[in-house]
Design a protein around this ligand. Sequence first.
Ligand code: NAP
Length: 218
Amino acid sequence: MRIVIAGGHGKIALLLERLLAGRGDQAVGLIRNPAHVTDVHQAGAEAVVCDLEAASAGEVAVLLSGADAVVFAAGAGPGSGAPRKDSVDRAAAVLMADAAERAGVRRFVQISSMGAGQPPRSGSDEIWAAYIAAKTAAEADLRDRDLDWTILRPGGLTDAPAAGTIRLAPPPVPAGTVPRADVAAVIAALLDEPGTRHQTLELTGGDTPVVAAVHSIS
Ligand SMILES: NC(=O)c1ccc[n+]([C@@H]2O[C@H](COP(=O)([O-])OP(=O)(O)OC[C@H]3O[C@@H](n4cnc5c(N)ncnc54)[C@H](OP(=O)(O)O)[C@@H]3O)[C@@H](O)[C@H]2O)c1
């Protein structure tokens, strides 16, 4: 499979690229900083420079030509303000979905976040509220499209080594954390399971091996 990953230099994206390359898939990382090309190559993926806050859907659609799947793994990241939550976590996700439709790439896995889909907890700060609003809007946009989408909402991300076991289910899943390495493994497994399309899934650490967890909800 040829899989295009938006936010190709992100922590989850680099882990996913290694997994995909290791099993013989062709991963393509879309990055905005040319200095990140080497890291993406070292993860076993092709790198394409594309700023998702500047590109048009038509330009991105050209990059998606011939792809089998798209993974949205970009994010404005810690330290960013409310405007970039909107321009990346919402608008760049919408751009990728729009481009996927134009390019005829049906399979689309979107990394969202636990907390999306409901109002932010009372007392939440303004940035968190903007982040949750952006993720919620990106999810709603994707659900309305004629794509084979899966929305994945991880809990708090850690850089711990992969546990290999998770809890994956439609909401609500109790709050928790999950290693980015396990998130990457779940995405790789979701790409293999078209039966997970049109599902919104929450993900934390748990007791079920990744492939079994993905298989059980497909
Ligand atoms: N942190 C958490 O606890 C948590 C929990 C649940 C879900 N999530 C979500 O999980 C996803 C991935 O997390 P992560 O830790 O792997 O993220 P990350 O390491 O922050 O990676 C995000 C990537 O998006 C890229 N990006 C930002 N703006 C871009 C643009 N305009 N064009 C192209 N790429 C752009 C960044 O590139 P640069 O390096 O150039 O900035 C970065 O490489 C995000 O969507 C995040 O919201 C996070």
